[in-house]
Design a protein around this ligand. Sequence first.
Ligand code: SAM
Length: 279
Amino acid sequence: MAIDALPPLREVIATHGLSARKALGQNFLLDLNLTAKIARAAGDLEGAQVLEVGPGPGGLTRGLLASGAGKVLAVEKDARCLPALSEIGDAYPGQLEVVEGDALEIDPLDHLTAPYKVVANLPYNVGTELLIRWLTPPAWPPKWDSLTLMFQREVADRIVAQPGSKTYGRLAVLAQWRAEARIALTLPPEAFTPPPKVSSAVVHLTALPAPRFEAEADVLERVVARAFGQRRKMLRAALKGLTPDIEDRLVAAGIKPTDRAEQVPLEAFCALARQVAAK
Ligand code: SAM
């Protein structure tokens, strides 16, 4: 069954000449049943405020609106997509606001009320940076209550990774510190036009009411960036530049200075961030 009365996406792309541009991370989803499924992975959208980054020709935007979203703010850098998005706005009067620009430079709260949900098939080149920003505001809870985001499968695995695994790192620590993160669905390259080289996955993150362990976001971010920046080194070496007495602070946080970042659980990284922040 069609999810709306708008034309099929292949037709939209042909009408508006939306050939995919690699530099903008354009891999489009043209199956509206799939975009409706991604919208469902975001939970109950009835009446919700939703931020979509990179709507492109609007397949996911249509899935979100058909799922009952009260307002979708769609931020798109590629001006070629605007006429196609404006046709979607006409089919859902008052429910879609399209902003042309860079998602890294736009404050959603100028257009939406909190808490909003973020749902996006992210451009691969800015996806990780956006996720880190959403996870590290100084205060918690954040202005969003859930993030439902498409990543390359390998990045999705890093977000949900556990200590001891090769994929455990900065993304796992920051995501699991303040959110519940799980992989909602995985997609083969053929789900996209053009198909990327690798598989993708949708990660669903729900903001916790409070972080699992106390720490300052900027300090924790600095600690894990250094610790995993040289993940094969012992922590006393990897973190040497952080403070002159790093060995003492590691010990005070209950971490062996000879351990490697990969072995350190979230709770211990938070203890270390508190030690590093202490005067
Ligand atoms: N949502 C569409 C879909 O699922 O078919 C398109 C997804 S495509 C992977 C990523 C989209 O993000 C493209 O439309 C691209 O132009 C847009 N984009 C790239 N960089 C952006 C940025 N910095 N801010 C906003 N949009 C961006």
